[in-house]
Design a binder for this molecule. Structure first.
Ligand code: NAP
Length: 292
């Protein structure tokens, strides 16, 4: 069977990375690529290794597929605008957002889906190399899901179909898991460098530490994966590190550390119940102090 021809509007970090993978596995033939600027579309085509940069799509898409890799907030308007302009809509249309329903694509036809890949596409080339095993969480019409599953699977994606009852809440969950992990890692790196550890060493060691914790989290409840001085309610150790944090970090970063530490104490209490030192710990974490 001939692979579908796929056009892309909005071929940024996520779309160009995914299309590179789908093209490499011969799951799609890449058609026109439209971005805000032609130069950016040409960059995307170069990374994908196929396709044709274009100012706008041909008026008739006939049997072709269309991917909208636009920012979430632009999807509804783009679907409306395209529906008014195209003489023949796509045979299948999908977007990549985790927060917007596939129904936003209804002006473009019945065969529509949202495929949300659970991967941070900060560096498209790197993300494409590491796409294997990526969960691709999809919802939409059964015809679209049936057609898209083998395409994403041939690129190594793990295609799963479910429709969260609240997409905004699901999106918030993925932001907390991925984006907040980056923020926490940057906080840890800052402290490690302030502690005199070489920046490259800090990067490797802290990412390895996080990987180990994530491996535990894949196997057990969060309360069980939790360890450390706040979980043990080790008041003396917590006082020392709290003093260091407030000496070394600026106010907003130390406030972030304290907020996370309070949440850590609360999670620890779910695991081991209240400890005598918890009151002191929570008091310390609610007041700004500097080490003597
Ligand atoms: N990044 C991720 O890690 C990730 C992960 C999962 C899902 N997603 C989803 O993927 C989608 C895109 O996110 P992203 O991070 O890839 O965004 P992005 O890197 O900012 O890319 C957006 C692309 O859309 C193009 N664009 C913007 N307005 C346009 C318009 N009016 N006409 C044509 N092209 C237009 C931009 O063109 P220019 O390059 O010319 O500005 C850019 O190439 C979102 O729905 C997001 O939720 C992203």
């Amino acid at each position: 069977m001939t692979a579908p021809r796929l056009h892309i509007i909005g071929c940024g970090r996520a779309a160009r990375s995914i299309v590179r993978v789908l093209h490499a596995s011969s799951a799609v033939r890449v058609g026109q690529v439209v971005n805000q600027s032609l130069a950016s579309a040409a960059e995307a085509v170069e990374l994908i290794g196929a396709g044709e940069p274009a100012e706008s799509l041909e008026a008739s898409l006939a049997d072709d597929w269309l991917m909208l890799g636009l920012p979430d907030g632009q999807l509804a308007e783009a679907a409306e605008g395209l529906a008014g302009r195209l003489s023949t809509g796509p045979a299948l249309v999908f977007h990549l957002s985790g927060s917007v329903s596939s129904s936003v694509l209804s002006p473009l036809g019945e065969c529509r889906a949202a495929v949300h890949p659970l991967r941070a596409f900060s560096d498209p080339e790197w993300a494409a190399t590491h796409f294997g095993g990526t969960w691709c969480v999809a919802e939409g019409s059964s015809s679209a899901l049936q057609a898209l599953a083998p395409v994403f699977e041939s690129g190594g994606g793990r295609f799963v179909t479910f429709a969260p009852t609240d997409k905004a809440a699901w999106h918030a969950a993925t932001v907390a898991a991925s984006n907040f992990l980056v923020v926490i890692n940057s906080l840890a790196r800052e402290l490690a460098v302030q502690a005199g550890v070489d920046e490259d060493d800090a990067r490797h060691m802290l990412a390895d530490l996080q990987k180990g914790t994530l491996a535990s989290l894949a196997e057990m409840p969060a309360t069980q994966a939790l360890t450390g001085p706040f979980e043990r309610a080790d008041l003396a150790a917590c006082r020392r590190l709290h003093g260091a944090v407030h000496d070394l970090l600026d106010t907003s970063r130390s406030a972030l550390f304290d907020a996370l530490a309070r949440a850590t104490v609360e999670l620890a209490q779910d695991k081991r119940g209240m400890r005598e030192a918890d009151g002191e710990l929570l008091k310390m974490l609610s007041t700004t102090s500097r080490r003597d």
